[in-house]
Design a protein around this ligand. Structure first.
Ligand SMILES: NC(=O)c1ccc[n+]([C@@H]2O[C@H](COP(=O)([O-])OP(=O)(O)OC[C@H]3O[C@@H](n4cnc5c(N)ncnc54)[C@H](OP(=O)(O)O)[C@@H]3O)[C@@H](O)[C@H]2O)c1
Length: 314
């Protein structure tokens, strides 16, 4: 079984290697899935670079990857909700960069025939994160206004769509290049951070702000948009204490919790997709080769186009 592993922390071109791994046994509650596609997240880039080694130490060789889609090829005898041949989406803790994965059935959901492997692999972490922020972390009142920075990103586009489904008034910012994409998702008001100043356009208007930019680069802007005593959620680190002290509010970072059910989130996203109420954005669909994987990591280190990069097997 071919997989892509990192040999240590460092630049993508230095540490990625293709390995032939021994297939794992399927233990109770687990499934084996032949992967047809996997996608790349900013988190993978942070892990590989060593930026997160103080909070998550890896043992090498290590296979990254949380998002994939494929066909069930083996089912533990105590699992009755899946069968060999099922088309599924998977959300493992790691290990999706490869041809095959063995993972708990609770981290798997069936996908409909009309959803492609690429779409399925592209919706996993971003969709689940957005679902949990909207439905579990926050309690949103129907009269609330919610601001999303990074609205054109993987998490941002999911957040906007889930808020729109609930009929919540949304404010959003992203680059002007992605204005039409974000507006098409049902956002109430949009402001481009590279054309005007969203903090002036939306000053003190949001009950809740969700900073979904990479590295929380829009934190100071989001604080200015939040109302006094509002609720600030960062997908990454919070803005500096000095910035937070400029406005009273409840500041927190979103962290996935064990009690959040992947199947609940994926079932919701898939149902919305089937009714045309959830769109999945793919920027690049490439063959699963070492060169493409390294290229994808380089893209995510910069400022990539909107949409996920997905690598596929025939
Ligand atoms: N805590 C968690 O559990 C969790 C889970 C998932 C993701 N995350 C984190 O959430 C962040 C977003 O993830 P993602 O997958 O959605 O990333 P992404 O697809 O790369 O989206 C990044 C967003 O940031 C915006 N952006 C880029 N440069 C900007 C700037 N200078 N000013 C303002 N906005 C800017 C982009 O907008 P334009 O391209 O339009 O400029 C885009 O909307 C990542 O850092 C990721 O690690 C955390």
């Amino acid at each position: 079984m071919r997989r892509f592993a990192i040999s240590g922390y460092g630049p993508a071109e230095k540490v990625f290697q293709e390995i032939v791994d021994t297939p794992r046994e399927v233990t109770p509650n687990h499934l084996r899935v032949e992967l047809k596609a996997f996608s790349i997240n900013p988190y993978d880039v942070a892990l590989r670079s060593g930026k997160m080694k103080e909070v998550r130490t890896l043992t090498f060789p290590y296979v990254l990857g949380n998002d994939g889609a494929g066909i069930v090829t083996e089912v533990a005898s105590d699992v009755d909700s899946f069968a060999v041949g099922d088309r599924v989406v998977v959300h493992p803790v790691s290990g999706a960069y490869g041809e095959e994965i063995v993972l708990p059935a609770s981290k798997v959901a069936k996908i409909p025939d009309e959803m492609s492997w690429v779409e399925a692999a592209a919706m996993v972490t971003t969709g689940i994160t957005a679902y949990n922020v909207i439905n579990h972390l926050l309690t949103i009142q129907p009269t609330d206004t919610v601001m999303v920075t990074g609205a054109s990103g993987g998490v941002g586009t999911s957040l906007i769509q889930l808020l729109h489904q609930k009929g919540i008034r949304t404010l959003a910012s992203a680059s002007k290049t992605n204005k039409e994409l974000v507006r098409s998702l049902g956002v109430t008001h949009f402001s481009s951070y590279d054309q005007e100043n969203p903090e002036e356009v939306f000053s003190n208007q949001a009950d809740i702000v969700i900073d979904a930019t990479k590295g929380s680069i829009a934190g100071d802007m989001a604080i200015k948009i939040m109302k006094e005593e509002g609720h600030y959620v960062a997908l990454n680190e919070l803005p500096s204490l000095a910035s937070r002290q400029k406005k009273n509010g409840f500041y927190e970072t979103f962290v996935p919790r064990k009690e959040y059910s992947d199947q609940e989130a994926l079932t919701h996203l898939i149902a919305a997709y089937k009714t045309g109420n959830y769109h999945i954005f793919v920027a690049e669909e490439l063959a699963a080769t070492l060169d493409h994987l390294i290229w994808a990591h380089h893209q995510l280190e910069g400022h990539p186009s909107a949409g996920k990069i997905v690598l596929t097997y025939d």
